[in-house]
Design a protein around this ligand. Structure first.
Ligand SMILES: [Zn+2]
Length: 136
């Protein structure tokens, strides 16, 4: 735990929150500070990890299960689940977390724009991730 990490402080019970998930591994809270929409929740592991890449497998799996279960309770037909990793991607709290953002209307929720880069070559990055066996 880090005293200057807001999510560690929440995990330690030092900050008043509205819990939506509370397991030995995962906490989920209603985002009351900067909600994008009604029912916007934030989920994170009790154990500090800077981002998803550092999370234990069990924490990561359980976090997705909690997000799924809370999403069902929220009842929105459309919603976004995301994690910003790294400052360039918009991460501002460096304790791994995922957002569940209900999309109630065109304007309430995450405003997502599809911006495909037609003709983009994946090059060396693609070679790093594509499996070496033929696809079916
Ligand atoms: Zn932390």
């Amino acid at each position: 735990m880090s005293d200057d990490c807001i999510l560690c402080r929440i995990a330690a019970g030092a900050v008043a929150v509205q819990l939506v998930a509370d397991t030995p591994r995962i906490i989920g809270v209603l985002n009351t500070l900067e909600p994008f929409s009604r029912g916007h929740c934030v989920f994170f592991p009790r154990k500090h990890a800077e981002n998803l890449l550092e999370m234990e497998d069990g924490d990561l799996a359980e976090m997705l299960i909690e997000i799924r279960d809370v999403a069902a309770k929220v009842g929105a037909d459309s919603f976004n689940v995301l994690s910003n990793i790294g400052a360039l991607a918009g991460q501002t709290v460096f304790h791994a977390h995922m957002h569940l953002i209900p999309k109630w209307s065109e304007h309430e929720g995450l405003v997502y724009r599809r911006e495909p880069r037609h003709g983009l070559a994946h090059g060396e990055v693609g070679e790093r991730v594509v499996l070496g066996r033929p696809s079916v």
